[in-house]
Design a protein around this ligand. Sequence first.
Ligand SMILES: [Mg+2]
Length: 336
Amino acid sequence: MSESTPFKSLAELGEFGLIDRIKRQVLQSPDVVCGIGDDCAAVTLPEDKLLLTSKDLLIEDVHFRRCWTDMYSLGRKSAAVNLSDIAAMGGTPHHFYLGVGLPTDLAGIELDNFCRGFLDEALAAQTTLCGGDTCRSNHSLLISVTVQGSVSATQMIRRDGAQEGEALYVSGTLGDSALALALLKKGETPSDYLSQRHHRPTPRLALGRALAEQGLASSMIDISDGLLADLGHILKKSSLGAHIDQQQIPLSPEVRAHLQQHPEDETTILRGGEDYELLFSAPPRRGDDLDQLSSQLNLPLTRIGTLLPAEKRLNIVQLNGSEHQVCAEGFNHFKS
Ligand SMILES: [Mg+2]
């Protein structure tokens, strides 16, 4: 990160001053032929691979609140949620493009912290910022991120490859981020662990790539909108139904303790989003390989259910043992 002197406001720095300031902080990468500062970026990509592209919008007061997060974490999260989409295809990320609409009340130090977080997350994934755009916003902070990566055509993992009879797995634990958000909304302060899980999600890049390279997963998605909604996407694309055992859903000790006190928050866990864990299907005979991968990566991989014919829809065995059919919905941006 640059040792450049702090600045007070955007008005003082100007758009080109800001771009220069960001450019000085970006590390050179041999695959970037022409980076920040021309009309387009020009990059080389690995031969015989498909180009993966994903874009995410983060809008203040829709996706985040500035009073709930520090700007460094927001920078890291803006990059991480995009990286998570590359992970969900089994790919390797390479290049970022960042667009920001900046409200005039944003202090120079806040913008610097945001950029530092964004570039640290990009660097941790061995990726580079290659371009973008900046503009003044008359209202809230707006962040638009595009990431590009690559994957071998024979290894790419899509949402539509799941087969009947296969097992459903998730990585890590679910519900931590949703619980943190629920507490913030109630005016309470989440623990450090829950805050970290909400504000600094970890893209599961090593897992996604290993599943692709070893041919272990037949379909995959990252859990951004919630377990049920994202499972719903796999079921719809693969024309299947599923059976999920709620007892098997991996929960952190914090979420488990919270649910003991507040069993009514169970739906928060099932429908809450932003875990950025990977949900994937795999043939049951690959269970041992998945156990081995789980210990290699030091990341729990938990079997939570089985894929069924489409007419079985989505069945959930609840904690009390009763089974019921649910609608696979989580967070829908266009529903209130
Ligand atoms: Mg996704």
